[in-house]
Design a protein around this ligand. Structure first.
Ligand SMILES: [Zn+2]
Length: 316
């Protein structure tokens, strides 16, 4: 970060329900933050919301803006090609945002941005080959190969959310069964938690959900309290996560695999079955150096911080 060591950038993470903005120094320190609800209807509304957020966190030394988007981002034009559930697909967002804020803008997939943050400053620092998966409302994936983000021919690479991990699993919005994103994400844990609570309303898990706890967090809390159904849910999601991670490691031969997102707060209750399944399905694990499965350093800020870092020093 030599040439950009004095620069600051604004990083934006556009989520399905909220947009987070941070001002970040070159060492990844967050010096200001703001957020708002995601307007879901038009690109103009989205650009307006982002422009307001940039104005709120912008400082004198901000030289660029990076925007992480929850969908397929065209690496050549910076346009959003598709974002599930959002109506502004195909909008030329990079150009629209740059015009509105008057600064250079980069756009990228949100999980690519998160992977870049972990590679530059987080759990993957110093590892030029890594895979990051975030378990959230959906499932995001970013891959760093030889110190660069893997983008594919259009920018649409590493869509691991639609990798099949359970052929008999639930139907995905894409039309296939058992995609990783519907079989083993944060949303899966919440869905299975609610189903378990309905089926057996006297358990600790059912009580926590009945008291209004977030279903995903309730699963973790109940599992810590020894609730059998909650432990089973984390074991199942962890095991299928390991299946997906092994497929990625077999493809990309990373030095480390990083898992992020809210569910990693369950710690070993989720990660132990993930590691066991990962090692079981990794090709010839005894004949290669161990591939550590690590927890992401950056929590909910990873996408925004990574977008800011990409803005000051693009990953090519
Ligand atoms: Zn799918």
């Amino acid at each position: 970060m030599t040439s950009s060591s004095l620069a600051e950038a604004v990083g934006i993470d556009v989520g399905a329900t909220k947009i987070a903005a941070v001002r970040v120094t070159a060492d990844g320190t967050v010096s200001a933050r703001a957020r708002c609800a995601t307007p879901r209807r038009t690109a103009d509304d989205l650009v307006g919301a982002i422009t307001d957020l940039v104005a709120q966190v912008r400082g004198e030394r901000v030289t660029a803006v990076g925007v992480g988007l929850p969908g397929m981002v065209d690496a050549h034009t910076g346009a959003l090609a598709f974002a599930p559930g959002l109506d502004f697909a195909r909008a030329p967002l990079r150009a629209l945002i740059a015009d509105a804020v008057g600064l250079p803008v980069v756009t990228d997939n949100d999980a690519n941005a998160a992977a870049w943050a972990e590679y530059q400053l987080g759990a993957g620092r110093g590892h030029d080959h890594l895979v990051l998966v975030t378990l959230g409302t959906g499932l995001g994936c970013g891959v760093v190969v030889a110190g660069r983000l893997l983008r594919g021919s259009h920018g649409f690479a590493s869509e691991a959310s639609h990798l099949t991990v359970d052929p008999q699993g639930p139907l995905c919005e894409c039309g296939n069964r058992g995609c990783w994103g519907v079989s083993a994400s944060g949303a899966t844990i919440a869905r299975l938690g609610r189903q378990a609570a309905e089926a057996r309303p006297t358990t600790l898990l059912a009580r926590l959900i009945g008291q209004g706890s977030d279903a995903g967090e309730a699963v973790t809390e109940a599992a810590r309290g020894g609730d059998g159904q909650a432990l089973e849910i984390l074991d199942r999601v962890g095991t299928l996560t390991g299946t997906g991670l092994a497929a990625l490691a077999n493809l990309f031969d990373p030095l480390v695999v990083i898992v992020g997102g809210g569910p990693v707060s369950a710690g070993e209750l989720l990660l132990a079955p993930a590691r066991a399944s990962f090692t079981r399905q990794l090709y010839s694990p005894g004949d290669r150096p161990p591939v550590p499965v690590l927890t992401a350093r950056f929590g909910g800020d990873a996408g925004a911080i990574g977008a800011a870092l990409l803005a000051v020093e693009p990953a090519l």
